[in-house]
Design a protein around this ligand. Structure first.
Ligand code: 5AD
Ligand code: SF4
Length: 472
């Protein structure tokens, strides 16, 4: 009998990947994904613990779900199983079970291949009249990747592929080494197989995922160990994969081979998310980042020498314990020097169990707010400047969806900018290209293809453009 599965995903792209894989695991057991929790037999909240209020958000969501769960039981006699997956589950599982009795199951990021067993245990306990309370937040010796079924096909032409997981860096502010566990790299062979399958299913743009993706060191085909740079070279040989990206990287692991891949592999996109967190050496040291602002600047110089059109993105934390005005000014100076295309910035949030949470000189909340506003104003100006500089350029755009307006398709530029295109306007309208004439109900074969587009205008968060040629 078919059962309904609703998954809500919080946080990073790896959680998005994990949610899809959980759906893949459950599919052979009769679970079909639905897009609302109302009539679901199983609801999974795939949670994130990276910053503040994560657990609170989960508790209030569970509160809402409990009403659905109770109503379903009263109205139909059926159970709704509520599962907490991901990093909040990993970090606070037993506490969550105690605090929210509506939660039946807690699992961590490394155990979701065992979901069918856990659900069987939930059922068994119910049959015996017991409260389910199943918890599996192990870091098992086996790798979940060896037990996951083939992915059931991606949602569109851009897909994620996890190649590395976990982190051994222990930045003093970060929970990831505790919630995701030690560094692990998948073998090259498995990654190539998955990439070929994605390509065959129509994927053109692959983002390689890892908490520390450029620390990748998986078993190579010939017995040795492959770096991320050499993995990217191998992926460049797969037909159909037109774009390769990777995230998230650490400056310390930005080695020469990887920088060379940006120069030599045409599919390797000229866009890199390389978080620096702070521009102050004192704060970088206290964060245990193990590099200076200067080393970061030199890496950016090397990347730009290898690939002059590369654009950069980063993460920043303001108000790390002990951060002075002068430290913050160092961050602002670094941002001005690098000039980012895009960036994320956060107020420091003490995470229980991490060293920085116990540091004595915590920064005042109002100071954090002021610094964040100043930093974001600068980053927003840079992002707008980057978008403005795109006007007049021709980018290959990978069309992914229909826009809100009629005749409009939306895709991504090489720099991940959203590009909106009215397919009936411009030098090369579809009708003029000898392609099938435009109709409201078809995408004229453009969806999922790369098409040259001239950028005609830019906003803070997206671009508009016109077709200048046929799909490649
Ligand atoms: N407080 C604020 N920001 C954090 N990040 C990670 N941990 C914290 C924290 N405790 C940010 C970092 C990281 C991004 C994913 O989240 O900038 O790169
Ligand atoms: Fe967290 Fe640092 Fe590891 Fe990134 S490198 S996941 S910030 S500990």
């Amino acid at each position: 009998m078919s059962k309904k599965l609703f998954i809500k995903t919080y946080g990073c792209q790896m959680n998005v990947y994990d949610s899809n894989r959980m759906a893949d695991v459950l599919k052979p057991h009769g679970y079909d994904a639905v897009d609302s929790p109302e009539s679901a037999d199983l609801v999974i909240l795939n949670t994130c613990h990276i910053r503040e209020k994560a657990a609170e958000k989960v508790y209030s969501e569970v509160g809402r779900l409990r009403q659905l769960k109770d109503a379903r039981k009263t109205d139909t006699g059926e159970d709704m199983t509520i599962a907490i997956a991901g990093c909040v589950g990993q970090a606070e599982g037993p506490e969550m079970m105690r605090r929210a009795p509506a939660i039946d199951l807690v699992l961590g990021p490394q155990t979701y291949h065992r979901l069918p067993d856990m659900l069987r245990e939930v059922d068994d306990r119910r049959l015996k009249g017991q409260r389910p309370r199943v918890l599996d937040t192990d870091f098992p010796v086996e790798s979940k990747f060896d037990f996951l079924p083939e992915e059931q096909g991606p949602q569109g032409p851009a897909a994620f592929l996890t190649v590395q997981e976990g982190c051994d860096k222990f930045c003093t502010f970060c929970v990831v080494p505790y919630t995701r566990g030690a560094e692990f790299s998948r073998p090259v062979r498995d990654i190539l197989t998955e990439a070929r399958r994605l390509s065959a299913a129509g994927v053109r743009d692959i983002t390689l995922l890892g908490q520390n993706v450029n620390a990748y060191h998986g078993d190579d085909l010939n017995g040795g160990t492959a770096s991320l740079g050499s993995l990217i070279r191998r992926l460049g040989d797969i037909d159909g994969i037109a774009r390769i990206r990777y995230t998230t990287s650490h400056p310390r692991d930005m080695d020469a081979e990887l920088i060379a891949a940006h120069r030599d592999v045409p599919q390797c996109m000229p866009y890199l998310h390389l978080p620096v967190q702070s521009g102050s050496d004192r704060i970088l040291d206290a964060m245990n980042r193990r590099h200076t602002a200067d080393l970061y600047r030199r890496i950016i110089d090397d990347l730009r020498a290898a690939r002059p059109d590369i654009a950069l993105s980063s993460d920043f934390i303001v108000g790390f314990p002990g951060e002075t005005d002068a430290d913050f000014e160092d961050t602002m100076r670094l941002v001005r020097d690098v000039a980012y295309a895009q960036a994320y910035s956060f107020k420091y949030s003490p995470r229980p169990g991490t060293p920085a949470a116990d540091m004595e000189v915590q920064v005042d909340e109002t100071v954090k707010t002021e610094r964040l506003a100043a930093l974001q104003a600068l980053l927003n100006t840079q992002q707008k400047a980057f978008n403005d500089a795109s006007v007049g350029r021709v980018f290959d755009v990978l069309f992914e969806r229909r826009g809100k307006r009629a005749r409009q398709l939306v895709g991504r530029s090489p720099y991940l900018q959203a590009v909106h295109v009215d397919v009936t306007r411009g030098d090369y309208t579809l009708d003029g290209m000898g392609a099938s004439p435009y109709t409201e109900n078809s995408d004229n074969g453009l969806m999922g293809t790369l098409v040259p587009v001239r950028i005609t205008s830019a906003g803070p968060n997206s671009l508009e453009g016109e077709l200048t040629g046929l799909p490649s």
